[in-house]
Design a protein around this ligand. Structure first.
Ligand code: NDP
Length: 246
């Protein structure tokens, strides 16, 4: 029977590529969209026109109850979640001098609390069934820090702390937990950076002299989700064109 993969934020740049890769590999792919998202129906229709059938549920990943309601609906309608990809995230960049509590909290809740909120309702089931994959999308900026991102760097570094601790707890139960830390990938989030900043400040930091492709990250997600990756847990896999090696 096809495994169920739940990808949060699947309608965004990276998430869409992950959904497409996973459905192509035969998973039943479920994604989420923010309750305020007005374009989810057109995204689903566009994907369907391209031959991809996804199911989508509203979910505010930053809210514990919303996450629990979403997972309950997925398990009722589709089946238990075998692969969880915690991909939804936001940035609210500003120097620490300007950083206020609202923008600190928004990033911590959406990028870090979300990992707890979505993992909590699925982890016990994975352990009971003896198989599961939790894949957390962090960032190179969680590994090395970034100017103007005290909130984002802290949240993304926290994601890997979560990964390592949970990986230990479920290691004997057939469940792996891993972090992927992408560098700059050519998605909407990155393309919103002004072109002159991209060309003068960002690309020169990348030894491969280009942005990554969403499909390259999706391929790594697919590997971590596979049976072949059963011995790989608690890792933080950098995929950044050589920008940061740790
Ligand atoms: P996008 O902005 O394209 O997509 C982000 C997704 O997150 C959207 O689908 C959005 O859904 C969803 N989302 C945001 N807030 C919430 C919320 N409260 N509840 C539910 N869903 C939410 O970003 P990317 O695809 O570029 O990024 C995906 C992940 O990869 C993020 O975690 C990001 O930090 C990380 N990353 C990205 C890099 C890049 O270069 N692009 C580099 C390193 C890490 P909706 O539109 O419905 O709100």
């Amino acid at each position: 029977m096809a495994r169920v993969a739940l990808v949060t934020g699947g309608m965004g740049g990276l998430g869409e590529a992950i959904c497409i890769k996973m459905v192509a590999l035969g998973y039943k792919v479920v994604t989420t969209y923010s309750p305020s998202n007005k374009t989810h129906e057109s995204w689903l229709a566009t994907m369907k026109d391209q031959g991809y059938n996804f199911t989508a549920y509203p979910c505010d990943v930053s809210d514990f109850d919303s996450a629990a309601t979403c997972i309950a609906a997925v398990e009722r309608d589709i089946g238990p979640v075998d692969v969880l990809v915690n991909n939804a995230g936001i940035t609210r960049d500003m120097t620490f001098k300007k950083m206020d509590k609202v923008n600190w909290d928004a990033v911590m809740k959406t990028n870090l609390d979300s990992v707890f909120n979505m993992t909590k309702p699925v982890a016990d089931g994975m352990v009971d069934r003896g198989w599961g994959r939790i894949i957390n999308i962090s960032s190179v900026n969680g590994q090395k820090g970034a100017f103007g991102q005290t909130n984002y760097s802290a949240a993304k570094a926290g994601v890997h702390g979560f990964t390592k601790a949970l990986a230990l707890e479920v290691a004997r139960k057939g469940v792996t937990v891993n972090t992927i830390s992408p560098g700059y990938i050519g998605t909407k989030m990155v393309m919103e950076i002004p072109k002159d900043v991209l060309d003068s400040k960002i690309i020169p930091q990348i030894p491969m002299a280009r942005l990554g492709k969403p499909e390259e990250v999706a391929g790594l997600v697919a590997y971590l989700a596979s049976d072949e990756a059963a011995f790989l847990t608690g890792a933080n896999i950098a995929i950044n064109g050589g920008q940061h090696m740790s």
